[in-house]
Design a protein around this ligand. Structure first.
Ligand code: ATP
Ligand code: MG
Length: 336
């Protein structure tokens, strides 16, 4: 059985953009394949401590897993949820892979270059985390790793490390699919990009300061509706889907389509040519607030205990699979 592996970082509240652009597509992908594939969803908490050490990691971990469940993740015996730090084989394999990775290839990682740029000093974790990522993937023989484009280089690194290892020791690792295949699998020829409500030329980001620029998943539905009503539009006075010419209006059409699950073409056809921006805003505000109310209701119904039970089961499974693969690797090196 093939395996899809996906991680969710547990470091802060999410926006409507994160939900529509990342969480929901991931949950759809998991639900689509979990009948015939393993779906491993893990919290990369060892990756989080590269930067985040505010003491809320545990609470944030539980909350991010609840987000998955509230987004409609269907549970079945092929869906496994676990914390990276609760499966010690990740750290162990990371060390072993460190001994076959080279300084040269690691130094070429764009993420490392960007994150360390201009800093007098940075921790070794920032340099080394792509190797930990390779361990996260190879321990479970995962073929598909739905990820943003900024992480594609790390998939290629994982493939290189796996092939180098296999060349020396025989076919121990399953080499994950290349990034072209990953993109095909994710069915994302066109990425989703929700815009900032006040400055629609930019994307909505959780780190943007202005409150009214972004809708947070924990915003009260009425508050979210107000934010939509005050969204920046334009002075052309006629609805048209045109991300360059009318980004504010186009963003509202995209949000309406994704939130109500109606194809964008249909939403555009319904509103095209309309001169009543206020009416469109009211419609989108109502759709978003309904969606948020339902999401928050589902979220509130999920208890910490429920998540902890899932983690207990998932971590037992993950340790079993990961330890078996680790043992093969240890034997290859003569460590066992
Ligand atoms: P930050 O401002 O801290 O960079 P962010 O909102 O950009 O936060 P990230 O943590 O960088 O969020 O990204 C989390 C996931 O959400 C990624 O998969 C990213 O592609 C997706 N994402 C982020 N912003 C948007 C957006 N506006 N529309 C669609 N997807 C988005
Ligand atoms: Mg970002």
């Amino acid at each position: 059985m093939k395996t899809i592996l996906t991680g969710i970082r547990a470091n802060s509240e999410l926006t409507l953009g994160n939900y529509l652009g990342a969480l929901l597509p991931m949950v759809r992908l998991a639900n689509k394949h979990s009948k015939e594939m393993n779906v491993n969803i893990f919290v990369p908490d060892l990756h989080s401590i590269i930067s985040d050490v505010d003491g809320n990691l545990h609470a944030n971990t539980i909350r991010s897993l609840k987000y998955y469940l509230a987004s409609g993740l269907e549970l079945n015996r092929n869906v496994h949820i676990y914390r990276q730090s609760h499966v010690p084989a990740h750290s162990e394999l990371c060390w072993i892979l460190n001994c076959i990775a080279t300084m040269g290839e690691m130094g070429r990682m764009t993420q490392y270059k960007e994150k360390s740029e201009g800093k007098a000093s940075c921790n070794v974790g920032i340099f080394d985390y792509p190797v930990l990522m390779a361990a996260d993937i190879l321990l479970y023989s995962a073929q598909y790793i739905p990820l943003g484009e900024d992480q594609f280089q790390h998939i290629e690194l994982t493939r290189n490390l796996a092939m180098r290892f296999n060349n020396r020791f025989g076919e121990i690792f399953v080499v994950p699919e290349n990034t072209a295949e990953q993109v095909k699998f994710m069915e994302v020829d066109q990425g989703i990009r929700i815009r900032d409500l006040l400055n629609p030329e930019k994307k909505m980001s959780k780190s943007t300061k202005a409150e009214n620029s972004k809708i947070m998943l924990d915003d009260a539905p009425e508050k979210a509706a107000k934010k939509i009503m005050s969204a920046t539009t334009d002075s052309l006075g006629k609805v048209k889907f045109d991300m360059w010419g009318q980004p504010g209006i186009s963003n509202l059409l995209v949000i309406e389509s994704l939130v109500t699950d109606v194809p964008l073409d249909d939403v555009v056809a319904k509103w095209s040519g309309d001169t009543r921006y206020g009416e469109l805003k009211k419609q989108v505000a109502s759709s978003v607030s309904t969606m948020l109310a339902e999401f928050q209701e589902r979220l509130a119904a999920i208890s910490d205990e429920q998540v902890l039970t899932l983690l207990e089961e998932g971590e037992e499974y993950a340790n079993k699979i990961a330890n078996a693969k680790l043992l093969e690797v240890q034997k290859a090196f003569g460590l066992r």
